[in-house]
Design a protein around this ligand. Structure first.
Ligand code: DP6
Length: 334
């Protein structure tokens, strides 16, 4: 006998790492080698509906009106199987998801996707999870999703246990703590050839200073949290920019080397450094893609956004704020 199930919908935001997750101690469970810190993006994310259905012979998922590919379904099933196991239900589910994040352009759409999936699936199968359990469930789909359930300024504890139960994220500061603006300078690079999953595995096995990178992350996390606590942009810039560039250094030094950047990516790096030298309170970070994310104090947001838009090769500058974590939506909202 299966337990009662129901349709559930959830929204989860994308998140941008301030210090990166780039290296796993367990690839199956997405357990990281180092902790990481992130900010959630207010309205950029994923909306997902989960409908358990006794008549389905397997899970089926449609993302942005396209059936999800096999590789994606493997990860989705990983999350749903855990939910079914805990709930005692054997029902498969029909899932629909809509992204407000451009996929595979370095904006980590998988983070919001798996955070929304975990949140909606737990509700649909009647599970009452703690925030830590929900974060760990999302993590098993995609590591960075652990930080999207938490929202605001989040810290993902790397954890020590083999089963990953202590590897979850929690909110360390609410979005209002430091109401920075987030600017996404979008650089077109086509669909990226190498996923984050593959990129970090390549760096781990072939970048000569990979262990030094992980040690750097261990030092950067407390420094980042300290800069956030004091709302000190200059200190934040040193850690966040240094961490992102060091992560990309592991890609550039891997075999084969991974160069995610386009000329406009480098153009934005120089522009942000120049703007800061002229007094603007801002800093940049870059994920495994060509787009650049800039954090900026509200009073400087407009001139900084204008300067980024003027960089050669910038498609658009998306402006957003730091937002809350994953949440259930009423059926009316879905
Ligand atoms: C560069 O979370 O997408 O965005 O766990 O293999 O799904 P998997 O990787 P994923 O990696 C994100 C990498 C990053 C840095 C970060 O978000 O911390």
């Amino acid at each position: 006998m299966s337990l009662p199930t129901r349709r559930a919908a959830a929204f989860a935001p994308s998140n941008i790492a301030l210090t990166k997750y780039w290296g796993k101690r367990d690839a199956r469970l997405n357990l990281p080698l180092a902790p990481s810190v992130s900010v959630a993006l207010a309205e950029l994310g994923s909306l997902t509906i989960v409908q358990p259905d006794a008549d389905l012979a397997e899970d089926v998922m449609v993302v942005d009106d396209q059936p999800l590919d096999d590789a994606g379904m493997v990860k989705v099933r990983r999350v749903l199987d855990q939910v079914r196991q805990r709930s005692g239900s054997r029902w498969f589910a029909g899932l629909r998801s809509v992204n407000t994040v451009p996929p595979a352009r370095g904006l980590a759409s998988s983070a919001s996707a798996f955070a929304a999936l975990a949140t909606a699936a737990a509700e649909a199968y009647g599970l009452a999870l703690t925030p830590a359990e929900l974060s760990a469930l999302a993590r098993s789909g995609s590591g960075s999703a652990s930080r999207s359930t938490a929202g605001g300024f989040a810290l993902w504890h790397k954890g020590e246990r083999d089963d990953g139960s202590d590897s979850f994220a929690e909110q360390v500061f609410a979005p209002e703590h430091w109401p920075l603006r987030v600017l996404v300078a979008r650089v077109e690079a086509g669909r990226k050839a190498v996923s984050s999953t593959r990129g970090m595995a390549l760096a781990d096995t072939s970048a000569p200073f990979f262990r030094a990178w992980i040690e750097q992350c261990d030092r950067d996390v407390p420094a980042c949290l300290d800069a956030l606590a004091h709302k000190h942009m200059r200190s934040l810039a040193e850690v966040v920019e240094g961490n992102a560039l060091a992560m990309h250094a592991t890609m550039l030094a891997g075999r084969p080397p991974l160069v995610y950047w386009q000329p406009a990516t480098v153009g934005v790096i120089h522009t942000v450094r120049q703007l800061r030298a002229e007094g603007a309170e801002c800093c940049f970070t870059i994920d495994a893609g060509s787009s650049v994310v800039v954090l900026v104090e509200p009073q400087d947001a407009r001139p900084v956004a204008d300067a980024l838009a003027a960089v050669d090769g910038i498609e658009e500058v998306i402006q957003t704020r730091i937002g809350a974590g994953a949440r259930l939506l009423s059926s009316g909202e879905a």
